[in-house]
Design a binder for this molecule. Sequence first.
Ligand code: PHE
Length: 335
Amino acid sequence: MTLAELENAKAQSLAEINAADASQIDALRVKYVGRNGSIPALIKAMKDVPKEERPAFGKAVQAWKAEVEAALGAKGGAGAGERAVEADLTMPGRWRGLGVKHPLSRVIEESAAIFARLGFTVADGPELENKFNNFTALNTPAHHPSMDRSDTFWFGDDCLLRTQTSPVQIRTMMANKPPIRVICPGRTYRRDTTDATHSANFHQIEGLYVDTKSVSLADLKSVLAYFAKEMMGDGVTVRFRPHFFPFTEPSVEVDFTCHVCKGKGCNVCKQSGWIEVAGAGMVDPRVFKFVGYNPEEVSGYAFGFGVERIAMIKYGIADIRWLYENDIRFLSQLG
Ligand code: PHE
């Protein structure tokens, strides 16, 4: 192509662009400046232009290209702006922050991993339970205060939001034969008034171990002490206090030494040096009868941890409500 021919082609292309409407602009962009368009083809063919004509020819091609682009730009056309952005491959990508896991999910997942090392698998049960699984089979007498309408969310006479994860003990035993070694993490509901340490909806991690060999309170204690150290670090001490639950005998409440003061006493542990984290005990023989096991042949222990409690101790969270507000400023600090 001679210089004159080039000027001709340029005039033609500009006339074509100027006469085009917006819908044709993309096609013209491809035709002239696209990867296989006529202007790039000319640039590639530069090596065939006689050496002494090359500078002038090159300039003319560049000028053509610039004018065509200006004309295309002036016409706009669909995606003109986007295309310009896309074309700059050196631009930094769009930043999308990596999320962090919610502290409650982290405690549950870590617990499952710790108990897995001791041979426990994870069982699951529904949040909407019946009276038998949540109360009766757990040996809870009809007059027990937890059955009261002011303490439990009832839907009719036989349907309720589970007040504890313990009904999963019943479901697991009814569906399996010993030996049983499960934990069951999940949501639980009570008609508590919400304050800094209480919420009407919270989480527990149930544990159940049943075997035909004799299982003792010492087994329970060693497993919970192992869990405490794995979850909280070596400095933690576990304390059992006598307590009562209808479905365990004997029953205990389990405290960890306060992580903040290491047992000396501070305002987090209300000066006691200890924080209550779980209820536990040896499975009551009457529970075994309810699920069709022979209490003469099997024995076992059960425990139920408060997930929020552990999260609050572990991460130094002062108010339980922060766990439910989804405030990114709070959650992102725990990544
Ligand atoms: N379910 C009891 C509670 O919610 C805790 C518990 C679980 C106690 C297992 C003993 C055995 O308070």
